[in-house]
Design a protein around this ligand. Structure first.
Ligand SMILES: [Fe+2]
Length: 384
């Protein structure tokens, strides 16, 4: 079997890395930057830190700070058009996946006519762009700083276009102020990136290596960071883990967990990381029937113990239990506890079967309505 893995954009990692932004922009020969972020990033001061670094390096900049969760296509069109009119020659996306994805998508509109909607295809199109895109994550979750994906909401659905990025600046200190629930949801999102990368049909050994290491770090440090957001060691290890999980699934893509999560997102508007981890124990339990050895890697990395005599079903059970224990240690509440309507939850199969074909076919077995029904029902009914 031939598999492919890539070397992602260079990463500058470490406490205080944000202070190097201006110098890095200068090195790239850029003179006018569009900084893209949201109100939360602004309030936490990460936007100001980026701007101070740009000022110190003598770099001119504009700010687009209207990004929202699950960013809509019109924000990309507005940001991209504003940047083009201003003669911007570099984009810096600061924040979670929404800000970073918006920065990437907006940058595409410098060399390609607006609106962005015309570039959304299934499967997504890769559009190479010359303008440097620098990404600065402020949560330890999406891994968007090392993936080509720009996920944008258009017409009520999450749609994608892919592009190339120039470099990432990962400063764990920017995550210190992330509140416990967001820390949990983003960290568990990263967990699912790694778990789905390891078990993807589109597997490669490099993604297994970094994905396994990411799961080990998340299992050890996420409960600590949720309890104590100022724990520097936990924040540092989680920033690394989220980046490695991002690198893992940038090559393999995610699969059924993210597909089901997109349906949960559409019907309940709950956080992406929550939606993903909500179904992951059951997705892994079923995937063990197809590829038990790879599900076992996920299970071992998150603390399940195996003696080597387990059947595929038992590997699935133990792995699901370990993932459930981890999410509970991070404050996870079941869909029932969240008062999600059971009937709506169980009826999401039809929607799931109409979206994200690329994700569905990346599951290691065949995905049919019965499988989605079973995963949704068990995720709702079988976990407290
Ligand atoms: Fe995700």
């Amino acid at each position: 079997m031939v598999s492919k893995y890539s070397q992602a954009a260079p990463v500058y990692f470490g406490e205080g890395a944000i202070n190097q932004l201006g110098e890095r922009v200068k090195e790239l020969g850029c003179k006018k930057v569009m900084c893209v972020y949201d109100a939360g990033v602004k309030a936490a001061g990460a936007g100001a830190k980026a701007e101070e670094s740009l000022k110190a390096a003598g770099i001119d900049y504009l700010v687009y700070d209207k990004i929202t969760g699950e960013p809509a296509d019109y924000l990309v069109n507005e940001c991209g058009t504003m940047a083009k009119e201003a003669g911007v020659d570099c984009f810096v996306g600061i924040g979670g996946g929404s800000s970073m994805d918006c920065a990437k998508a907006s940058a595409l509109l410098i060399e390609n006519p607006a609106p962005i909607e015309q570039y959304f295809t299934a499967p997504p199109t890769f559009i190479r762009t010359a303008i440097p895109i620098i990404l600065v994550p402020t949560t330890a979750g999406t891994g968007s700083e090392c993936s080509p994906m720009c996920i944008i909401t258009s017409g009520g659905e999450k749609l994608s276009v892919f592009t190339n990025t120039r470099l990432a600046i990962i400063d764990p200190e920017l995550t210190y102020t992330v509140p416990p629930s967001v820390t949990a949801n983003t960290g568990l999102d990263a967990f699912t990136h790694a778990a789905e990368a390891i078990t993807a049909r589109n597997y490669n050994p490099h993604s297994e290596l970094v994905g396994k290491a990411a799961i080990e770090k998340i299992t050890k440090y996420l409960p600590i960071a949720v309890a104590d957001g100022k724990n520097a060691e936990a924040r540092r290890e989680l920033a690394l883990a989220a980046n490695w999980a991002g690198i893992a699934f940038a090559d393999t893509d995610a699969h059924l967990g993210h597909c089901l999560a997109d349906s949960i997102s559409k019907y309940f508007h709950s956080p992406h990381g929550y939606n993903c981890i909500c179904v992951t124990p059951e997705v892994m339990r079923h995937a063990a029937n197809e590829i038990p050895e790879r599900v076992k890697i996920v299970g071992e990395a998150c603390g399940a113990e195996f003696d080597g005599t387990e059947t595929p079903a038992e590997i699935g059970e133990k792995t699901a239990a370990a993932i459930d224990a981890l999410r509970k240690a991070c404050g996870y509440k079941s869909p029932k506890e969240y008062n999600m309507d059971r009937e709506t939850f169980l009826n999401m199969t039809a929607h799931t079967m109409t979206i994200d074909l690329g994700l569905r076919i990346n599951y290691p077995g065949d995905v049919d309505e019965a499988l989605c029904d079973e995963i949704l029902q068990a995720s709702y009914d079988n976990y407290d």
